[in-house]
Design a protein around this ligand. Sequence first.
Ligand code: BT5
Length: 276
Amino acid sequence: MPASPYTDLDRPPLPARALQRALVVPGGLWRRIDVLAETGSTNADVVAAARGGVPEGLVVVAERQLAGRGRRDRHWVSPPRAGLTLSVLLRPGPQVPTKTWAWLPLLAGVALRAAIARQAEVEAALKWPNDLLVDGAKCAGILAEVVGDAVVLGIGLNVTTRPAELPETAGLAATSLQIAGARVTDRDPLLRALLRGVAQWYLGWREAGGDAEMCGLLGAYREGCATIGREVRVELPGAAEVCGTATTVDNDGLLVIRSADHTEKRVSAGEVRHVR
Ligand code: BT5
């Protein structure tokens, strides 16, 4: 398909200067919004910026990614301008203990869910730790990478992706906001709402020294989390597995699982499958 921005009229390009003017405001978190026509991976770009000492508040958005990254060497695949693919650079600083950084990808999920509810009027749910599901299918994914004292948060959201354009997946089926019947599929207000939400939650969380309960993040996450109350099977890094009922997410962002023998386990990372 030709790469002209006007080949697909329901996929207009993002208005880079208007975004910059709206989001980069005095005293705000965001310092620079780069909208790239094409790149390998926005996470790779922002990781490189973090290594180069760029301060927090950088946002890189790509209209097209050629090598979008998922977790564990997986890929994120999306046609040009069919979705939002972006990464942000955060440096939480010494007032936030590093063990609470696990909240950052969860925080992005909370902000994303709220932005979608408000702008697109689509009800989404979070699969712990941070897949965004709509009607049980994956509409967005989040990837957090730590680089020294920086955290790079990458978000990929399917907006106008058509059924035939969705990638084949080994796990969850994929979907897009348009397929889910979104009222609005304009990426500009979605991106603004998302970045404003991330900034608001992040600044509150940092102010609270990373205490997710105190800043309201824990409550918001639990409210939006479809994993709580479900029967799950979690493949842990290595070959181990935990099965049981996911009872809650604790103050450290860990998933609490009660097994059939009533023992309780807390998991910090892993592949979760909702069994029932
Ligand atoms: C994720 O990984 O879901 C994190 C994806 C993060 C992507 C963003 S885009 C902007 C930023 N820059 C990057 O380079 N990455 C971030 P994971 O949980 O590992 O899921 C990856 C799996 O999701 C793949 O193996 C596919 O099965 C599936 N997948 C790939 N593209 C998808 C899509 N567009 N929609 C739904 N599922 C997809």
